[in-house]
Design a protein around this ligand. Structure first.
Ligand SMILES: NC(=O)c1ccc[n+]([C@@H]2O[C@H](COP(=O)([O-])OP(=O)(O)OC[C@H]3O[C@@H](n4cnc5c(N)ncnc54)[C@H](OP(=O)(O)O)[C@@H]3O)[C@@H](O)[C@H]2O)c1
Length: 210
């Protein structure tokens, strides 16, 4: 007998096997199991159940906390179109969701899984710079947080490429252009590429450890 139609596995990867073994007998043949355990492949979770199970693996991200998350998901071998619809409804309750092949999930982890921290880092550094240049921290925080929020909304709602938006803010010989020149000269693009690359490599290593 199935106790629930949808079961969400949201425990640390290292205890996933133990938890699955505890609940497996209560998971019905048609029930959908959604795993958000980072780096644990579908085949591995299926092997923990020791029988066919309708499974979806998801990489969500932290803004789910405020209903603005983005989740990438991959269907297991036994999940049907009906299970996909249910997964989209569950994930859609706290943001956007995007289907991807399972092999893309390591890169998703490096981009949107870890991504919020990259934006938080930029916010922190902007606040520090404003403070060092003479602004009160509480004022700098209000300015930076709202700038991040508004910029994110423009990216999502206007559908323009970042490059186009940058051009729109940076007038010739102006303040934004002066700042952008420093970002470029100091290799900001390379720093970001290297950082995302490091997260991607670590994500692959962690999958192999699981
Ligand atoms: N945090 C993120 O942004 C993020 C993003 C993507 C994926 N994930 C994945 O989400 C999962 C949870 O991460 P987290 O950061 O939320 O971890 P967490 O804060 O440690 O939460 C783990 C949860 O598991 C429960 N739990 C522990 N042992 C259990 C057991 N034996 N049986 C049933 N439940 C048990 C805990 O309940 P108690 O509190 O009652 O102990 C707690 O609610 C991980 O697999 C992680 O890879 C997290």
């Amino acid at each position: 007998m199935s106790l629930s139609d949808v079961i969400i596995l949201a425990v640390k990867p290292r205890i996933l096997r133990e938890v699955v073994e505890d609940i497996a007998s209560g998971v019905g043949k048609e029930a959908l199991v959604i795993s958000i355990a980072a780096g644990v492949p579908l085949a591995k979770i299926e092997s923990f159940f020791k029988r066919p199970v309708c499974l979806v693996r998801v990489m969500p991200n932290m803004p789910a906390l405020v209903g603005s998350g983005v989740s990438a998901f991959s269907l297991g071998r036994h999940a049907t179109a009906r299970h996909r619809k249910i997964a989209e409804a569950v994930l859609g309750a706290f943001g956007e969701c995007v289907p991807v092949p399972e092999k893309a999930l390591d890169l998703v982890t490096a981009v949107s899984g870890s991504g919020p921290a990259y934006f938080f880092l930029l916010a922190e550094k902007m606040i520090e710079a404003a403070y060092e240049l003479g602004m009160k921290v509480d004022v700098a925080k209000r300015l930076v947080y709202q700038t991040a929020f508004g910029s994110g909304r423009i990216l999502v709602e206007q559908g323009e490429d970042p490059e186009v938006l940058i051009e729109r803010v940076a007038s010739k010989g102006g303040t934004t252009e002066a700042a952008l020149k420093v970002f470029k000269k100091q290799g900001f693009g390379k720093v970001v590429r290297d950082a995302v690359g490091a997260a991607y490599r670590r994500s692959k290593e962690m999958r192999e450890e699981n």
